[in-house]
Write a protein that binds this ligand. Structure first.
Ligand SMILES: C[S@@+](CC[C@H](N)C(=O)[O-])C[C@H]1O[C@@H](n2cnc3c(N)ncnc32)[C@H](O)[C@@H]1O
Length: 186
């Protein structure tokens, strides 16, 4: 069950109720782990976790938790989570989903090196929206998707996100735009 009104009123974020419900429902039906790249205050993480816990799946939450902003070049190695980890975790606790979520507090590229390698059933990318990083996120994390697993990209109107969508080749099928762009790994 997800109460999107409660989630939107209590946790800051830009993800809309219809998108949160979609994330919740697809996390609930995910055949394997769920990975979110770009979590901010945890609004979408909570939606994913409320769905994933119905089948005992884990949500891996990837973010440097440094309060947002562009990715430094090169990305720093965040051994410890940054300053916005505490409010993120407090929000998860408020919604009782902390046992479902495993945070990986680092930039995507470095977080992937710490990832235990679980196969992914739903991959939600909502991090740095510039082409270079969206491309990298899809390449790095997409290889863990099970056949039939779902790749979802938030903010598909951003030029960098759109370019990556346009480049998705025959490795992804059943592309749909709404409410969040998504495609199935072949
Ligand atoms: C748009 S916010 C995410 C919003 C969140 N998905 C929600 O719906 O509430 C973008 C997040 O991406 C994170 N981010 C930026 N660059 C990143 C990177 N290279 N790897 C992982 N996370 C990154 C930022 O720290 C920020 O928290």
């Amino acid at each position: 069950m997800i109460d999107t009104d409660a989630l939107c009123s209590q946790v800051p974020g830009m993800t809309a109720p219809v998108e949160l419900r979609w994330l919740h429902d697809h996390a609930a039906s995910s055949p394997a782990a769920v990975v979110e790249v770009g979590c901010s205050a945890g609004r979408s993480t909570i939606a994913l976790a409320l769905g994933a816990r119905t089948t005992g799946k884990t949500v891996y939450a990837v973010d440097p938790f440094n309060g947002g902003g562009a990715t430094p070049d090169p990305p720093g190695n965040y051994i410890n989570q940054g300053a916005s980890f505490k409010p993120f975790w407090a929000n998860l606790c408020r919604f009782g989903v902390q046992d479902t979520v495993t945070p990986i507090g680092d930039y995507s590229e470095l977080a992937a090196k710490k990832y235990p390698g679980d196969r992914i059933g739903l991959l939600f990318i909502d991090a740095d929206h510039t082409y270079r990083y969206v491309r990298m996120d899809v390449d790095i994390w997409g290889r863990f998707l099970v056949p039939g697993g779902i790749l979802a990209l938030h903010d598909s109107g951003y030029p960098g996100v759109r370019q990556v969508i346009n480049e998705l080749g025959s490795g992804y099928a059943d592309k749909e735009e709404l409410p969040i762009f998504h495609a199935r790994k072949v």
